[in-house]
Design a protein around this ligand. Structure first.
Ligand SMILES: Nc1ncnc2c1ncn2[C@@H]1O[C@H](COP(=O)(O)OP(=O)(O)OP(=O)(O)O)[C@@H](O)[C@H]1O
Ligand SMILES: Nc1ccn([C@@H]2O[C@H](COP(=O)(O)O)[C@@H](O)[C@H]2O)c(=O)n1
Length: 229
């Protein structure tokens, strides 16, 4: 009999956290939660409400909007995808837009936003049997997670992977633009005052620059066994 655990995956932008987290969740039949999608959904709502102008957030209406926001996830078995829902609307492609990517780290630095989302994330993980990826999952959201992984990869390799993905979706963007967004988000995420991106002391580092997803699954197998048996 194996015990259900919490697996926290943190790391830099676009290094493959969600790809890896989804594969682990599928293997273990666990719930997968993309905490970045929650910050992206809040950013989309702020943009739609006109709260973000010239790289600044009008903080006077943040509390009011957060009070009325509803974010949830569903698994679409036809598309074999997890879909993020904002106030009843599936916003999976909208939250991946360059506009959201360019503003999300600004929004994620607002303490009220983090308080609200951490509360939701803890609620989702209270039954365990969950893999959650993000920036502060092992340090703040689930400091007692049984398995913590901190992911990294060469920034240029990350940008090339992301570019390929965006181009396949028909997004017109250059490698330089993708790379500078990744580097800017890494900088803002590591240097904000509240819950900055950092490796938890008890996290295991995974650099997947030269690894396939299958290599990563082989790498994690014994780690999972060691904490679930
Ligand atoms: N080991 C790998 N080898 C090659 N490509 C990969 C690997 N892991 C993930 N990818 C690809 O890299 C891109 C980014 O992966 P993913 O979206 O999982 O990253 P992420 O860390 O969750 O990103 P974000 O920080 O934006 O949420 C995707 O196109 C994915 O298919
Ligand atoms: N736990 C988290 C998760 C994400 N963020 C912020 O959201 C941005 C988007 O996340 P992705 O995982 O989709 O890249 C990210 O750059 C962070 O600013 C966060 O702060 N905490």
């Amino acid at each position: 009999m194996t015990k259900k655990i919490v697996i926290a995956i943190d790391g830099f932008s676009s290094c493959g956290k969600s790809t890896f987290a989804k594969a682990i969740a599928k293997r273990l039949n666990y719930l997968y939660i993309d905490s970045g999608a929650m910050y992206r959904a809040v950013t989309l709502e702020f943009l739609r409400s006109g709260l973000i102008k010239d790289g600044k957030v009008d903080t006077s209406r943040v509390d009011e909007i957060l009070k009325n926001i509803n974010i949830s996830f569903s698994y679409d078995s036809d598309r074999k995808e997890y879909l993020t829902t904002l106030n009843g609307e599936v916003v999976e492609s909208e939250i991946r837009s360059p506009e959201v990517a360019n503003n999300v780290s600004l929004v994620a630095a607002i303490p009220e936003v983090r308080t609200r989302l951490v509360e939701l994330q803890r609620e989702l993980g209270k039954e365990k049997g969950i893999v959650m990826d993000g920036r502060d999952i092992g340090t703040v959201v689930f400091p007692n997670a049984e398995l913590k992984i901190f992911m990294t990869a060469d920034p240029l390799v990350r940008a090339q992977r992301r570019l390929k993905e965006l181009q396949a979706k028909g997004v017109d963007i250059s490698l330089d633009e993708v790379l500078s967004n990744i580097q800017e988000r890494d900088y803002l995420d590591q240097n904000r005052e509240v819950a900055p991106l950092r490796k938890a002391d008890d996290a295991v580092i995974l650099d997947n620059t030269n690894m396939t997803v299958d290599d990563q699954m082989n790498w994690v197998e014994n780690l999972v066994k060691s904490v679930t048996m």
